[in-house]
Design a protein around this ligand. Structure first.
Ligand SMILES: *Cc1c(COP(=O)(O)O)cnc(C)c1O
Length: 395
């Protein structure tokens, strides 16, 4: 006669940590009443696009980000495409960017007419490695731009990257999809490079349903983007250049405004949850987290474990299976890295990034959302702690 052993991982017959399952993200709209009232105002106005709600969202975001200009767009990918087009990317010229990012970074460069040229990630936090980016920029034939991603909300090495971009004479554009609410040395992400583009899609920290925000200190660029998101139409239908329909609708802007309220508090809460998790797993061999530099603020769009499979005893894949048995959903952000994806096989860069390959093989993202409580995050951490000593049997 045996009873359920709570010290055993579920994969070895113990009781699962989350019998009902724990999804990776869970979206809960803050201030539902306020949102419904805003949506009612939009419907009453009879204007579902090109209206005052988008303008209000842009103004509110500009205040929060302490930046001169914010242009709302239909999504981050389209925003990146339009910024790169405005920055002169085209003609198949190389755009240096990290391999360790979401595919949309590269897709945006492709659609703008550039060719991705992938560079390595920093060991410490998996953001773009400035030294490697610099070397690849120098070796490239007429590079058109440098792109970098604030991975999981961790601010990039913005000072070094700006110096490198300036020396190479190329614009620096940030994929800031994860970074709405992050800060580098006190300065909000949104103030760096030529422009920074945020995403408000449902897996991100502030949600519009679908949506994006371009932040820039460059008034001329902001004006160009307002035209570009509207087919390139300056108002008289004599289009100036081939733009997109990349407008954000009034309905999406209403949702986005609801999420911007309380954003700093939600970011702080996520940071506190990550600290809780870090404390609970401290001391486990071969496990670390992607953390921002001391003094920086990350949104922790994702809570990602970086595993040294040998020291931890399990690969990221094997840990994912053990956590699945506990009811805990995980993802491999970002695996495969973009230079390995089928989309870019024709570029012949699949083998070019050994550090990125190793890091991408070692990452595992566990659930974190803005209204999660500390007990839940501790329970996830405890599951990892319970699994590790049994690594050999599980592996
Ligand atoms: C989500 C994401 C995007 C795409 O954002 P959309 O708003 O869905 O276009 C781009 N880059 C990164 C790093 C992302 O995570």
């Amino acid at each position: 006669m045996t009873t359920t052993d709570l010290t055993l991982p579920a994969a070895l017959g113990g009781a699962p940590a989350f019998p009902d399952g724990l999804p990776l993200t869970r979206v809960r709209v803050p201030d539902r009443e306020g949102l419904l009232s805003r949506l009612g105002d939009v419907l009453d106005s009879g204007m579902l696009t090109n209206g005052p709600t988008v303008r209000a969202l842009e103004e509110r975001a500009a205040e929060l980000l302490e930046v001169e200009h914010v242009v709302a767009v239909s999504n981050c990918t389209a925003g990146l495409m339009l910024v790169l087009q405005a920055a002169g990317v085209g003609g198949g010229r190389p755009v240096v960017m990290p391999g360790f990012t979401f595919s949309a970074t590269a897709h945006a460069a492709h659609w703008a007419g550039g060719t991705p040229l992938f560079a390595e990630a920093r060991e410490e936090d998996i953001t773009l490695d400035p030294a490697d980016a610099e070397a690849r920029l120098k070796a490239a034939d007429r590079p058109a731009a440098l792109m970098a991603t604030h991975v999981y909300g961790t601010p990039c090495r913005v000072e070094e990257l700006q110096r490198i971009a300036d020396a190479a004479g190329v614009p620096l554009v940030y994929d800031a999809a994860h970074g709405l609410g992050s800060r580098r040395r006190g300065v909000p992400i949104g103030n760096f490079g030529l422009a920074e583009v945020f995403s408000m899609s449902p897996t991100k920290v502030a949600v519009a349903g679908e949506g994006g925000l371009v932040a820039t200190r460059d008034a001329a660029l902001a004006a160009t983007l307002r035209t570009a998101r509207d087919y390139g139409n300056p108002g008289d239908y004599d289009t100036l250049f081939p733009g997109l329909n990349a407008r954000m609708s009034e309905l999406h802007a209403a949702v986005g405004l609801t999420w911007l309220a309380g954003l700093p508090e939600r970011v702080a809460h996520r940071g506190a949850l990550v600290a809780e998790f870090a404390a609970a797993v401290a001391g486990l061999p071969g496990l670390r987290l992607a953390l921002p530099e001391e003094g920086d603020v990350s949104t922790f769009k994702d809570l990602t474990l970086i595993l040294d499979a040998e020291a931890f005893g399990l690969s990221a894949d094997a840990l994912a299976r053990a956590l699945k048995a506990e009811g805990i959903d995980t993802r491999r952000y970002f695996h495969p890295p973009v230079q390995r994806q089928k989309s870019y096989a024709h570029l012949g860069q699949a083998e070019a990034l050994p550090v990125t390959d190793r890091l991408a093989a070692s990452v595992l993202t566990v659930p974190l959302w803005s209204h999660m409580d500390a007990a839940t995050v501790r329970r996830v951490a405890e599951a990892v702690v319970r699994i590790q000593p049994h690594a050999e049997r599980l592996g």
